[in-house]
Design a protein around this ligand. Structure first.
Ligand SMILES: C[S@@+](CC[C@H](N)C(=O)[O-])C[C@H]1O[C@@H](n2cnc3c(N)ncnc32)[C@H](O)[C@@H]1O
Length: 195
């Protein structure tokens, strides 16, 4: 089993092995988040990488968007593309060490959950739950099936996710996303979870 520590991810970024990167803000996440502009929610995008969604939301006028990644250089794209994005909203940290407690309205999930070791999934559930305000939500996409190779990415099934998340969240949506990019269409579930 690979050790998915900061070094592992730094190497992936240095060697430009970023095959997960879809080169644009993820349509299902954007369609969900854009509707919330008037509320200007406090949003975290964990394992954000090039953070296309954060850049797009920032450009739409959202002012409370935070991104977290273990690898500082992952944010180079954001720094170059959105130089006025608040520097203190770039959280270079292990997601599991973020010192946030009941502060977020929304966590946007785009290929972070699938990047962590599956043994950490219960911790992901606890951590996201602890960072969200009561009534806060997770929204985003999860792969709809397991992969026939060792991850990352690590997939899963709707049933597995239901069992995992229902311990802490009310599941509002967990169905195939109609808005995924073409290569992932049919292979992603849109997830919306309520604390
Ligand atoms: C599969 S990539 C996804 C990046 C981005 N969400 C995207 O879809 O393009 C996973 C990202 O999570 C970061 N990462 C992995 N484990 C992490 C952790 N424990 N804390 C913070 N970031 C982490 C990696 O550095 C990497 O940038």
């Amino acid at each position: 089993m690979k050790k998915l520590n900061a070094k592992f991810w730094e190497r992936r970024w240095q060697e430009q092995q970023t095959g997960w990167d879809i080169g644009q803000a993820s349509p299902p996440l954007m369609q969900y988040a854009e509707r919330l502009l008037n509320q200007n929610p406090r949003i975290l995008i964990p394992g954000a990488g090039r953070a296309y969604e954060a850049i797009a939301l920032h450009q739409l006028g959202f002012t409370q968007v935070y991104v977290c990644d273990w690898v500082d250089s992952a944010f180079d794209h954001l720094r170059q593309t959105a130089p006025d994005f608040p520097k203190d909203h770039l959280l270079v940290s292990d997601f599991f060490d973020l010192p946030l407690s009941e502060e977020l309205d929304l966590i946007l999930e785009q290929t972070f959950f699938c990047a962590i070791d599956p043994s950490l999934r219960p911790r992901y559930v606890e951590k996201t739950h602890s960072m969200l305000k009561p009534g806060g939500r997770i929204a985003g996409v999860l792969f709809a099936r397991p992969f026939p190779f060792e991850g990352p990415p690590f997939g899963g099934t709707k049933t597995e996710y239901e069992t995992l998340f229902s311990s802490h969240f009310t599941i509002l949506n967990l169905d195939i996303s109609p808005d995924s990019i073409a290569p992932r269409l049919g292979n992603e579930l849109f997830v919306e979870l309520l604390k």
